[in-house]
Design a binder for this molecule. Structure first.
Ligand code: NAD
Ligand code: GLY
Length: 369
């Protein structure tokens, strides 16, 4: 069964389609969005090798020629150099603004191709075909696109909404278990930030979702996308409420900066650990019952994600280094630290005035030095 979640943003409205077998229907679904009989498909080597032939065949059946642009997998591709070479390839194809760019991959490809689409000839249409759980439940929806710079992650980018998102649950069959767990951290995030019922369901269903049970996976992706769509519709440019989607992220970005944005700590793993830390900090500050913090931490750990700094084997973190990254976070304003904190498991809020000294004490209690 194919489910549709509308992202109702007026003239920039689009649908997120979720279900099995969607890749095979990509041709008929993209056809109404193209003016010429061709599309540029941006992917990474791994995804293209596994699923490129299926997508090419599906687009071919609708009379669409595919120009693949296949990039190295990994966060390093989301860079100025990656953007330059992608734009150059799009220009070499003589793509014009009426042509469609298809992002076919995880969050790295979605963020990079989306940003290239945002600036290519001052703005081209693009479609997201996300192939990781993280990209299906989070990065492909909502129009945030960006690249990293040596000074930090996602620091150069644009809001640019896709015309359509196709989340084919079948492609997750080839996703490594570690990537599946990393994406699950973002699923958990939705329950923790705003839906106690969904969180309770996830407490009971984590195993089924991670094992890719079709019904459990469909429910997890659909509810996550519904929540993301609802928040994005209310606050597309993150003037307020959209910041809730950053639960765990201020901690996560600091930890990722210290571990080098790579295999040592995947983004989703950092979000899982960061969410656990946000709940423990909330409980320490008397904002959230200890029992709820315990449930949140247990849910992170039960998914096989790191829930304590000590879970990151052999790593030590200096509290002052983490605080320095936290102060550089995009959400930080005027020296005050911004965190998404919790009132209970299923209700988060934006705290814009977290005292750096109290955070330092907390980080030391967490095992930072
Ligand atoms: P990713 O794109 O690097 O993909 C992870 C790995 O899985 C890669 O090696 C990729 O080749 C492989 N892969 C992808 N699909 C596969 C499949 N179906 N089968 C087998 N292997 C597959 O990482 P990600 O976790 O998808 O995305 C992380 C990125 O997303 C980060 O850069 C993060 O900043 C960004 N992000 C953006 C937003 C947003 O709102 N724009 C939200 C969250 C995260
Ligand atoms: N992933 C955070 C956002 O889309 O706002």
């Amino acid at each position: 069964m194919i489910r549709s979640v509308p992202v109702d943003l007026g003239e920039r409205a689009y649908e997120v389609l979720i279900g099995p077998g969607l890749l095979d229907t990509a041709g008929e679904r993209l056809r109404p969005l193209v003016r010429r009989d061709r599309v540029a498909v941006v992917s990474d080597r791994t995804v293209w090798g596994l699923h490129g032939a299926r997508l090419t065949a599906a687009l071919g059946r609708a009379g669409l020629a595919v120009h693949p642009i296949v990039l190295p997998p990994g966060e390093q591709t989301k860079s100025f150099a990656g953007l330059e070479s992608l734009c150059d390839e799009l220009l070499a194809l003589e793509l014009d603004r009426g042509d469609l760019i298809v992002a076919f991959g995880g969050g790295v490809i979605g963020d990079l191709a989306g940003f290239a689409a945002a600036i290519y000839k001052r703005g081209a249409d693009f479609v997201q075909i996300p192939t990781t759980l993280l990209a299906q439940v989070d990065s492909s929806v909502g129009g945030k696109t960006a690249i990293d710079t040596p000074r930090g992650k996602n620091l150069v980018g644009a809001f640019h909404q896709p015309r359509l998102v196709l989340a084919d649950l079948d492609v997750l069959a080839t996703l490594p278990d570690r990537e599946m767990r990393a994406g699950y951290a973002e699923v958990l995030k939705y329950g923790l930030l705003g839906d106690p019922g969904f969180f309770a369901w996830l407490e009971a269903s984590a195993g089924a979702v991670l094992a890719r049970d079709p019904a459990a996976l469909a429910r997890a992706v659909e509810r996550s996308v519904e929540m993301k769509a609802e928040i994005v519709i209310a606050d597309e440019r993150e003037a307020g409420r959209r910041a809730l989607l950053n639960l765990g992220h201020t901690f996560a970005h600091a930890l990722e900066a210290e571990t080098g944005y790579g295999e040592a700590l995947l983004h989703g793993e950092a979000v899982g650990l960061g969410s656990a830390m946000a709940f423990r900090f909330s409980a320490t500050e008397g904002l959230c019952p200890g029992e709820d913090a315990g449930r949140a931490v247990a849910a992170v750990a039960a998914a096989g994600l790191p829930s304590r700094l000590a879970d990151l084997d052999g790593r030590t973190f200096a509290a002052d280094d983490l605080l320095r990254h936290m102060a550089q976070d995009k959400k930080a304003e005027g020296g005050r630290l911004t965190f998404i904190l919790a009132r209970r498991a299923g209700e988060a809020f934006v705290a814009r005035d977290v005292d750096p000294a109290r955070m330092r004490t907390f980080l030391l209690s967490e095992g930072a030095t």
